[in-house]
Design a protein around this ligand. Structure first.
Ligand code: 13P
Length: 263
């Protein structure tokens, strides 16, 4: 049984003070949810302060990206050891916004994953197709290439330490969520790619999160699908009540007897 993960990607939102306020609220509200792993990913400058607030809490901390070199003449970059020092134990890698606006490629995603693993950070590796790619029936081709590129040269043991997020780009920030059936189809497809590359134990153990307009009112339907193991939440993670409701929905969906779950 894969334990669900609900991760909040705060993107470029919230000052340090606003981040502390939100996490203080969340800490109080989510103490009742032992059945899910909860992660929040604020901006770099808020990591250390948020880590302090989270001491003794079950909520875990993630960064939104890293650079693969540890140090050197790389103005503006933040490396794995620095993210780790700031208190993060997770890191989002290859988010479509990084791929679209900051030139992340399958090759740099692969380097970033290796750097994260070296520093014992758990990568949340994002893959997903553009609307034009879906409309051209290229979704699987695109995602297969992203998966292969991201995990090039990694071992089974490496794969057991990471998480994947399927985020169709057309569903991000648009309010247009993938249907549970569309998401399930792609999650099963990703698991099959992992099976082909790394074998059945690795594929069965891998947690695959869905991201793209996840809200309290659509999380249950998504989480009832057998290959959807959690969510990477953008907009709705910026508000304590909505994020808590999403976590509650995810936990609830998992308590429905498996015979009642649709495939
Ligand atoms: P939204 O939930 O705002 O669509 O963002 C999804 C996302 O990109 C999470 O990484």
């Amino acid at each position: 049984m894969r334990k669900p993960i609900i991760a909040g990607n705060w993107k470029l939102h919230k000052t340090v003070k606003e981040s502390i306020d939100l996490v203080t609220l969340l800490k109080r509200q989510v103490s009742e949810f032992g059945q899910a792993e909860i992660i929040i990913c604020p901006v770099y400058t808020a990591l250390a302060s948020v880590a302090e607030v989270l001491l003794g809490s079950e909520i875990q901390l993630g960064a939104q990206d890293l650079y693969w070199e540890e140090k050197g003449a790389f103005t503006g970059q933040v490396s794995a050891p620095l993210v780790k020092e700031a208190g993060a134990s997770f890191v989002i890698i290859g988010h479509s916004e990084r791929r679209q606006f900051f030139h992340d490629t399958d090759e740099t995603v692969n380097k970033k994953i290796k750097a994260a693993l070296k520093w014992d950070l758990t990568p949340i590796v994002c893959v997903g197709e553009l609307l034009a790619e879906r409309e051209a029936n290229k979704t699987m081709q695109v995602v297969e290439k992203q998966v292969k590129g991201a995990f090039e040269g990694l071992s089974r043991e490496d794969l057991q330490k990471l998480t994947v997020a399927y985020e169709p780009v057309w569903a991000i920030g648009t309010g247009k969520v993938a249907t549970p059936e569309q998401a399930q189809e792609m999650h099963a497809f990703i698991r099959k790619q992992i099976y082909k590359l790394f074998g059945s134990d690795t594929a069965e153990g891998l947690r695959i999160l869905y991201g793209g307009s996840v809200k309290p009112d659509n999380i249950v339907g998504l989480m009832q699908k057998p290959d959807i193991d959690g969510a990477l939440v953008g907009g709705a993670s910026l508000e304590a009540q909505a994020f808590t409701d999403i976590i509650r929905g995810a936990v609830l969906a998992r308590t429905v007897p498996s015979s009642a779950k649709g495939r």
